[in-house]
Write a protein that binds this ligand. Structure first.
Ligand SMILES: Nc1ncnc2c1ncn2[C@@H]1O[C@H](COP(=O)(O)OP(=O)(O)O)[C@@H](O)[C@H]1O
Ligand SMILES: [Mg+2]
Length: 393
């Protein structure tokens, strides 16, 4: 028995920060380049792909002259609740900006809005009759006077819009999108950037409320899989002080096994490998451990359930058709365009006009890739196996 077993510094729940986080500098550089150009940013990728981790890192490490704040706004459930939250975030962000001009502006706002307290959890006001929507249009242009550029990161924004829409208040969703669009296009608001994120296809939600133009000015930033060097670096970083030891060959084998190198998958694998090796009291990771870990990770459905649930959530009507494609693809390891066409022609679906739109969307969303011309397969072996398990024939 090894006396003291030290586990790797993995994290598989919350956003990864500190030494658990692997920064991809090219994403940070690209992000700031687009912000400097005056673009507003949209992070859209499925859950657990790493959006929150990246946004937190960006917000904590801004370029000089920028002041950032990150917040998960998923709990917002009304239009006014949204404007209030945004108002408070701007106040909180200004409170962090320690320049003379920022302090002066905050002093003015404290008086004007009778702000009694600014803490991490919120902003308190003496009176409650503030028209937040109107005041946002007043306070945002005032930020320019601080010589600081304000960047507000709104995590789970797409979920809020989806919720309003689904709960029968599409007008509120449209109102928010409209106001934000106006703010973005107004020259007075140039020292102000909004960063939106969400795990469901915001484009799809917006399509259902028939207002695609309201977000087509947003600049998407991709947060896909790691390349092999980045993945190997993440493995070394997480296991640096750990008891388990990866040889170069073991790392190569793991990368091949996982194939689609999302940091989350790597974290799950390392956690499971650690458990296996610890039980065996053996620090060296073998290929058999990696194979066993792959199977072990798949045993826990919640690791992958999100990928299925999110389709049900925002593809409500089209879900049965989309899922037929995915099921067939899982069972045959790939699917041809002819097979998709046949499914589309089924009398249950009758989708002969637009069936390729869904295939496109599944590719954009990180489910399928085009393996060769007109042949598609799951991008991730984990996802393929998950679908197989979920829908055995
Ligand atoms: N850059 C990264 N470095 C290390 N682990 C990461 C990174 N990005 C994502 N992860 C892993 O993925 C999980 C989900 O990340 P998160 O940022 O919460 O994704 P999202 O916001 O897209 O749902 C984390 O718990 C962690 O295991
Ligand atoms: Mg997140």
């Amino acid at each position: 028995m090894i006396n003291k077993w030290t586990s790797p510094r993995t994290i598989t729940g919350d956003a990864a920060t500190g030494t658990r986080y692997l920064r991809r500098q090219h994403i940070n550089d690209y992000f700031w380049q687009e912000v400097e150009k005056g673009n507003h940013i949209l992070f859209v990728a499925p859950r657990r792909v790493g959006k929150s981790s990246i946004m937190k890192d960006l917000a904590e490490n801004p370029l000089e002259g920028y002041s950032c704040i990150y917040e998960d706004i998923e709990s917002v459930s009304t239009k006014n609740g949204f404007y209030k939250r945004l108002f408070e975030l701007i106040v909180k962000c200004l409170d962090r900006t320690n320049t003379k001009k920022a302090i002066a502006l905050l002093g003015k706002w404290r008086k004007q809005f009778k702000i009694t307290e600014i803490t991490k959890s919120g902003v308190k006001f003496e009176t409650k009759e503030i028209d937040y929507e109107a005041e946002l249009r007043n306070i945002i242009p005032e930020l320019a006077a601080t010589d600081t550029h304000t960047v507000i990161f709104l995590d789970e924004f797409a979920e809020v819009i989806n919720k309003l829409n689904k709960e029968g208040r599409p007008q509120d969703a449209i109102n928010i999108l409209h106001t934000l669009r106006e703010i973005r296009s107004d020259a007075d608001f140039r020292k102000f950037t909004l960063v939106y994120a969400g795990s469901i296809g915001l484009q799809f939600v917006i399509k259902t409320i028939d207002r695609p133009k309201l977000i087509n000015d947003l600049h998407p930033v991709k947060t896909g899989a790691l390349d092999e060097d980045e993945a190997a670096q993440l493995i070394r970083q997480l296991t640096q002080h750990a008891t388990i030891q990866f040889s170069e060959a073991a790392i190569a084998y793991l990368l091949k096994k996982v194939h689609h190198l999302l940091p989350y998958y790597i974290q799950l694998m390392i956690e499971e490998i650690d458990r296996i090796c610890r039980t065996a009291s053996r620090p060296e990771v073998t290929n058999a451990d990696i194979d066993a870990a792959f199977t072990g990770v798949l045993k826990t459905n919640k690791n992958f359930d999100d990928w299925l649930e999110r389709l049900k959530d925002y593809q409500l009507v089209h879900f049965p058709f989309i899922n037929s494609i995915l099921k067939s693809c899982a069972h045959k390891s790939s699917i041809t365009v002819q097979e998709i066409y046949n499914i589309a022609g089924d009398k249950k679906f009758k989708r002969q006009e637009d069936y390729m739109d869904f295939v496109e969307e599944l590719m954009n969303d990180g489910y399928l890739v085009e393996e060769e011309e007109h042949v598609y397969r799951f991008i991730s072996p984990f996802l393929q196996q998950f679908w197989l398990k979920k829908y055995p024939l």
